[in-house]
Design a protein around this ligand. Structure first.
Ligand SMILES: [Fe+2]
Length: 260
């Protein structure tokens, strides 16, 4: 599996405090079946120790340690705050992108109600040539109450990352779990990621998210941790998603049910 969202780098944000914690996180990811893990430290004003110019070197260093214990590969990226993105230089945005290719970027969905100009802020990033992967929109109360606002973004080319924890461990009937499962079922989410912060944080591992997603879209669940994230890391168009043998149930977003 490929995991496009983690806070594996230590001493920077709300990830591990030290190298030992990073190595424990990496070992847990590999034991869960992850072969490639994106390091996505918060690029956000309240985490001033994160420097986008240091991410690649930190990944090189961590990979040297990780290789001593297994085969996991860690690649540089960032979890980009929308306001940070507005003031970042083109070079800083490139350094924040997956594998620093300048093609795909992970944008953090705010936790509170969305401002009316949220979409405009996203498109200020896309017009600079980036494909946006929106991190965990299922947790946002505005999207939970108005999912069509999210489907509009998807129709305009924004990709959606749902978090394993939301699908696997959210309380039955919780709004984030319901929205995440609807998004998977209706082909409106493209990636499942762990957003893991430590080996001991009790978040659901990626495999648990895939297993939960597989209850509504088994073939797509696998695609969301393999073919789709591979294309994002490569900066290439997403391959066609698999056709499900199951008939989708009616969901919140049924108007938008479609193949991709
Ligand atoms: Fe995160």
């Amino acid at each position: 599996m490929i995991d496009l969202h983690s806070h594996v780098l230590s001493g920077l944000d709300d990830g591990p405090a030290d190298l030992e914690g990073s190595l424990a996180l990496a070992a847990a990811a590999e034991a869960d079946g992850v072969s490639v893990l994106a390091a996505t430290p918060h690029l956000r004003a309240d985490f001033p120790r994160v420097s986008v110019r240091e991410t690649a070197a930190r990944c090189v260093l961590l990979n040297q340690h990780v290789r001593a214990q297994g085969d996991l590969q860690i690649v540089p990226a960032g979890e980009v705050d929308l306001l940070w993105a507005q003031s970042a230089s083109p070079e800083e945005l490139r350094l924040a992108s997956y594998w620093q290719r300048g093609t795909d970027i992970l944008l953090e969905t705010p936790y509170g109600p969305l401002a009316s100009n949220f979409e405009e802020l996203i498109f200020r990033v896309t017009v600079q040539g980036f494909r946006v992967l929106l991190a965990h929109p299922e947790r946002n109360p505005t999207f939970q109450g108005d999912p069509e606002r999210l489907t509009s973004l998807v129709e305009r080319g924004v990709l959606v990352q749902v978090t394993a924890q939301s699908i696997a461990s959210g309380q039955r009937g919780s709004r984030s779990r319901r929205l995440a499962l609807d998004l998977v079922r209706e082909g409106l989410a493209h990636v499942i990621a762990s957003d893991t912060h430590s080996a001991t944080s009790h978040r659901a591992p990626l495999s648990a998210g895939v297993a939960a997603a597989a209850t509504v879209a088994p073939a797509r669940a696998q695609w969301m941790v393999s073919d789709a994230p591979a294309a994002i890391l490569a900066g290439e168009p997403l391959p066609a998603p698999p056709v499900e043998a199951l008939t989708p149930r009616r969901g919140l977003l049924r108007r938008f049910r479609r193949a991709s």
